[in-house]
Design a protein around this ligand. Sequence first.
Ligand SMILES: [Zn+2]
Ligand SMILES: [Zn+2]
Length: 451
Amino acid sequence: MYFTSLTHADDIGSHAYLLDLGGTRIILDCGIHPKKAGYTTLPDIRGLEPDSIDSILISHAHLDHIGGLPFLFRAHKEAMVVMSKPTFLVGKALLHNSVNVMKSQRLELGVEEYPLFSHREIDEFSRSWNRRTIGQRFRIDPSHAESPVTCEFHPAGHVLGAVGISISYRDHNIFYTGDIHFEDQTLSVGAKLPEEGIDTLIVETTRGAQERDPDYTREKEKLRLGETIAGAFDRGGSALIPVFALGKTQETLLMLHELMGEGVIPRDTPIHIGGLSTKMTMLTDKIGDEWPRRHSDMELLEDLPTLRPLERGKQIPGARPGHIYLYSSGMMSEHTVSHVFAKYILPSSKNAVLFVGYCDPDSPAGKIQASEDGDIIVLEGKKIQLKCKVERFDFSGHSPRNQILDYIRRVNPSKVLLVHGDTPARQWFAEELADDDFEVIIPPDGERLAL
Ligand SMILES: [Zn+2]
Ligand SMILES: [Zn+2]
C-alpha cells in the first residue's frame, strides 16, 4: 500500500493524492491552482501512464479539488469517478465556468494550452461519473466482484456536498477528510466523521497557522457583520460583500436573512446577487433536502423577498444607498462582477466593503485589505482612491486548528498524513503532535510513501 502526493505546491491549490492499494490505483481529488496558469495549475498527473487509474474520488466541488478532473479523466476514461450528488451538479457548473475563464485567459495572458478541456468534454465525460450518498458503501470496481477496495462517504461540513472518504483495503482503513468544518454554519451542518478503526488518516490543515480568538462565536461575528452594514446605511451608503459563488454566497444570504429577522438591518433591505452566485444558489435550492443542511425547507431564490438577481448580460448598475451587493468573486478577481462593481463602492466613505472569506494577499481583495484609507487601488486598469470602510470577518468553512487536532487524537491512527495547508500550517500540527504515539508525516510531493 502506497500514498503519493501529486500536489507539487506548497500552498492550497492543485490537490491530488494517489493511493496504490495492492495494485488498485485511486486518485483522491484533482484540483487546479488558482494562482498559476496553464499546465502548472494542474497537479503532477501528466506523467501518469494513460489508463493506469482505476478510480477518481472527489471530496467536493471547490476548484482546488475538482478543477483538473476533466483533464485527468481524458487520459483515464475507464476510471470509476465517484462524488456526492451536490458535488456532481455544482461541480459541473463550476467546471463549465472554468472553461470560460480559461478561454479569456488564453486571449489575455497568451496561455496557448488553454482551455485545458472543453464544454463538450465536460458534458460527455460526466455522463459516466457516479453519484453516491452518505453511508452508501461502494466497491471501487464493481465489474470485478473480487475487488477488495470499498469506500464510503461521510458528511464533512465545509460546503454543500462535501464529504470525507473512507477507503478499506483488506484489513487496512484509510480516511481522507477533504476540507472539513465540525461546526454548523448557517446553511451547512457540521462534519460527522468516523473515529474508530482508522489506520491511516489523511487530514487537511488549512488553518494550522492561525489561532482563533477564544471568545469567537459565529453568532457574535454575524452581529458585527450586521452592525457594519447598518453603519453604512446610517451614513447614507451601501455595502459590497465579495463572495465565493459556492458556499459563501448561500451562507451569507441566510445570515442576512437572519439579521433582517432580528432587526439588525432593515427587513426590506434589497440584496443583489450576481455572477456565478445566482447559478450556484439555484443549484443549492434544487438539491433541497436531498442533502443534510439547515433551513432545508427554504428555497433561497424564492423565499427571500428582497433578493434581486443581476440579469445576465445586463450592465451592472451603480450602487444605491441602503442596498447590499453580494457579488462574486470572493477575491474580486479581474472581470468578475465584484471587481467591476467595486468602483461604485470604494471611493466614498459612506460605503463599506465586507470580506467574509479567505483572500489571497496578491488578489485585488487582498490588496484592498492591506491598504489604508486614501491609498490608491487599481481596478480595471483605473486608479481609485480607497475611502470606504473595509472590514474582515471570520466565517471560515474550515475547522479551527484545535478542533482538527482533537479529532486526530480521538482517531488515534497509526499514521497521520498532513495535507492541504501551507508549510507553517502543517508544521504547527507536526510540532503539536510530535509527542503522540502515532507517526506524523508531511508528505513530500512526488514521493511514494509505504502505508
Ligand atoms: Zn474547499
Ligand atoms: Zn480546498
